[in-house]
Design a protein around this ligand. Structure first.
Ligand SMILES: Nc1nc2c(ncn2[C@@H]2O[C@H](COP(=O)(O)OP(=O)(O)OP(=O)(O)O)[C@@H](O)[C@H]2O)c(=O)[nH]1
Ligand SMILES: [Mg+2]
Length: 429
């Protein structure tokens, strides 16, 4: 997988620069668009950028926020800032400078020349994090597509895997063809190959999803800002062995477990990638497929971190991504997590307060999931002869039996059924 930053190396020294754009600025001549104004202050965004850099094992020795009064087209940052950072790079032997903004290919190259070190922008960093954390084939392929598309515009360096493949491709290009043209062709070929493979993987996933739908197993997807505690809660709920880490994006790919809710309702629980502010649009595109599980889910659990000072801004970011992938109108339960860390937090009435670590509130959450999934089910009181094992078994398999008692030779049951199952039951009777 192509990576902007070499993860094999031990903690390269880095500098992080947050950027405040001039008022009213919406993009530059290269067509790069800024995302909607963040609710975060410059300081908060710098802190988040430092977290991103650390997630890539960069040893951040300096970070700062820069207020741009005007845009310098060639380098984005003004000459004074560039000079100052260049001195720091030299003095501290900095290997990488992370500018937390969209840089045009030209700006990135020019900054690399003037700072005399590697320069990465927000999209590049997030792509690398996603790439490092991808755990399923589909996730890896999606990140690679996004990376290839990103690199197509900048081709600043060649990747080893492309070079390796070059050997097998025979003679590329006529004499005098520029290296850049060859690179572009290799890149395009690779993109086609990865996209094809991705299509195959997605087809399989689609088939699996259809099988689940046919079996009437509802899907419940955990969504939320990165680090909200989704994977921890997922584990608490299903006791599955998901990777957990106090790092950004510990989960990249949807991870699914089938589980039984108290009362016997089977669901598939899906853990998903953490959302983040200003998700590069390349990634929103690439992840539409991964997030398809979210789009197709019967119910979303939107996990919030009540201990975070940024809960409101994160909430807005998650809602914005849900809107972008077409999942804004899903049924959702708001889950307010990490109550153990913020015991005085006020849990909004529409939500459930939990601690994924201590297990507080988890029983209530399971109950809420079941109630929401069954909100449009019908409750029926039915009587079945005790000898009719077939129909009794059918009821238990398709419905949620909440009461039952045997009176002589007849079972009386109170059972919740989907509308379609109730109709089927009536046909059988
Ligand atoms: N104190 C406390 N810590 C929690 C709780 N839930 C999660 N954490 C911690 O928060 C950190 C992030 O948890 P994860 O479950 O990895 O978060 P996530 O939402 O899956 O993160 P991404 O996969 O990166 O989006 C870990 O260090 C957890 O131990 C909680 O209820 N209380
Ligand atoms: Mg996770």
């Amino acid at each position: 997988m192509p990576a902007t930053i070499d993860l094999q190396r031990v903690a390269p020294k880095g500098v992080v620069i947050g950027v405040e754009f001039p008022r009213g600025y919406v993009g530059d001549e290269s067509g790069l668009q800024l995302h909607a104004k963040s609710l975060r202050t410059l300081d908060e965004r710098v802190a988040e950028a430092v977290n991103l850099a650390q997630a890539l094992d960069i040893d951040v020795v300096h970070s700062e926020g820069v207020n741009l009064s005007k845009i310098t087209p060639s380098t984005l940052l003004g000459g004074g800032v560039v000079e100052r950072i260049a001195a720091l790079v030299k003095e501290q032997k900095i290997e990488v400078v992370f500018v937390d903004a969209p840089l045009s290919p030209r700006q990135q190259r020019e900054l690399e020349v003037q700072l005399a070190c590697k320069v990465v922008d927000r999209t590049g960093v997030i792509l690398d994090i996603f790439g490092a954390r991808a755990r399923t084939r589909a996730g890896q392929l999606q990140v690679e597509v996004a990376q290839l598309v990103y690199q197509q515009s900048r081709l600043v360096r060649l990747w080893s895997h492309l070079e390796r493949q070059r050997g097998g491709m025979g003679k590329t290009g006529g004499p005098g063809e520029r290296q850049l043209e060859i690179d572009k062709r290799l890149l395009k070929a690779r993109l086609t190959k990865v996209r094809n493979e991705l299509r195959e993987v997605e087809q399989t996933r689609g088939l699996q999803r259809m099988a689940r739908q046919k079996a009437d197993v509802p899907t419940v997807a955990l969504v939320g800002y990165t680090n909200a505690g989704k994977s921890t809660l997922f584990n608490k709920l299903v006791d599955a062995g998901t990777l957990m880490a106090d790092a950004l994006f510990a989960t990249l790919d949807p991870l699914m477990r089938r589980m039984e809710l108290p009362g016997g309702l089977d669901v598939v629980l899906v853990d998903t990638v953490g959302f983040i502010s200003d998700l590069p649009h390349e990634l929103v595109e690439a992840f539409k497929a991964t997030l398809e599980e979210v789009v197709m889910a019967d119910l979303l659990l939107h996990v919030h971190d009540v201990s975070s000072l940024e809960m409101d801004a994160q909430n807005a970011d998650v809602k914005s991504v849900l809107g972008q992938i077409g999942a804004a109108d899903k049924r959702v339960i708001h889950v307010y997590n990490k109550l153990d860390k913020a015991p005085d937090a006020i849990v909004p009435r529409d939500g459930v307060g939990v601690s994924a670590v201590t297990g507080q509130g988890v029983g209530e959450l399971l109950e809420a999931i079941r109630n929401r999934l069954q909100a449009d089910w019908h409750t029926a009181k039915v009587q079945v002869p005790a000898s009719d094992g077939r129909r009794l078994a059918w009821l238990h398999a398709h419905g949620d039996v909440t009461e039952q008692h045997l009176d002589g030779e007849t079972w009386t049951l109170v059972v919740k059924l989907r509308a379609a199952d109730l109709a089927a039951w009536k046909q059988m009777a």
